[in-house]
Design a protein around this ligand. Structure first.
Ligand code: CDP
Length: 309
């Protein structure tokens, strides 16, 4: 573990990693990275690297968890043993159970679970590299993966933390700020500002909480823009690959079809034979199967066939 820095904010008002107080770390998102998941996302939030996979709606196992009026949402957060400085013991622990629970609650209300009774929507998030803020990074990835899986949602959930270091509020804490800072408040919210996750570690005055929430809200808004853009880029790329026509192309094609219909009669109309009464001659002969010449038909001689003997 690194030593506690002497101070977190320099004389220019910049943090140790060069960021301004209200600046979030760079967010990179790739959508649809796993072929076997219904929806997936790879996300980097500064040095955090996470991957999210969504399965469902699908059958619920074990059955007793099934709800007759809605889908259940399950969320599994896991930190790879190689993701942190000191190797983490593999498998679930109290921390991952807690992160999974609050993250599920942060997403569940945004999903139209009533559309899928008796089914399950499973979200798995693996932290590949951790640098503080993994629960917010994981939530951002999970939200995009849900959208990629085509799960109907009220809105994307975007998450970002704020905290206090050197008696100063900062947004999106890095590892040292998280380890040695005075407070850490991860939050998640919808684009219309509804908070779906709020946890607090440390001490803050009510004024600090209010100001910090505004800072984190702006951070979430910036994350949301990256999530939205990543989804749009992904579907634009998919449209190019499948060569599905755009709306404009469909409209132009339909207009051309209409104008062709008016000027030239369809092929089948030209071929039809019309007799004097104006009625079509039925093609009786063509419809009947050709008669077979009885003399040329050879009956299979089963009794005398000794070819197998
Ligand atoms: O990651 P997040 O800030 O959401 O959760 P945390 O419990 O506040 O953990 C803060 C950071 O501590 C993590 O992001 C990891 O970088 C680190 N950590 C660790 O080094 N070893 C662990 N077993 C758990 C966390």
């Amino acid at each position: 573990m690194s030593d506690r820095p002497e101070k977190f904010i320099d004389e220019n008002g910049l943090r140790l990693d060069g960021r301004k107080l209200d600046q979030i770390r760079d967010v990179k998102i790739e959508v649809g990275v796993l072929a076997r998941a219904d929806g997936s996302c790879y996300l980097e939030f500064g040095k955090n690297k996470v991957i999210a996979a969504v399965y469902g709606p699908r059958e619920v196992h074990p059955r007793h968890q099934q709800k007759s009026t809605r889908a259940i949402v399950r969320y599994k957060y896991n930190m790879a043993s190689f993701s942190v400085e000191d190797r983490k013991r593999p498998g679930p622990d109290r921390r991952s159970t807690e992160v999974s629970k609050v993250s599920r609650e942060a997403l569940e209300d945004q999903v139209f679970t009533e559309y899928f009774p008796k089914s399950a929507i499973d979200i798995f998030v693996e932290v590949l590299q951790a640098d503080a803020g993994t629960r917010t990074a994981a939530l951002n990835a999970a939200s995009v993966a849900l959208a990629d899986a085509g799960i109907p949602m009220r809105g994307l959930v975007s998450a970002c933390a704020f905290g206090k270091v050197d008696d100063t509020l900062v947004v999106d804490l890095n590892k040292d700020e998280d380890n040695y800072g005075q407070a850490d408040v991860p939050i998640a919210m919808t684009p219309d500002g509804k908070i779906t996750l709020l946890q607090m570690d440390g001490h803050l005055t009510p004024e600090e909480l209010k100001t910090g929430l505004e800072m984190a809200q702006e951070g979430c808004r910036q994350v949301y823009e990256v999530q939205r853009q990543a989804l749009m880029d992904h579907y634009a790329k998919m449209q190019d690959e499948t060569k599905a026509p755009s709306v404009e192309e469909v409209v132009i094609a339909e207009e051309n079809e209409v104008s062709e219909d008016v000027s030239t009669p369809p092929e089948e109309m030209k071929e039809k034979v019309v007799d004097e009464s104006g009625e079509e001659e039925p093609e009786v002969e063509k419809a009947l199967p050709e008669e077979e010449d009885e003399e040329t038909v050879e009956e299979p001689d089963t009794e005398e066939d000794d070819s197998y003997e």
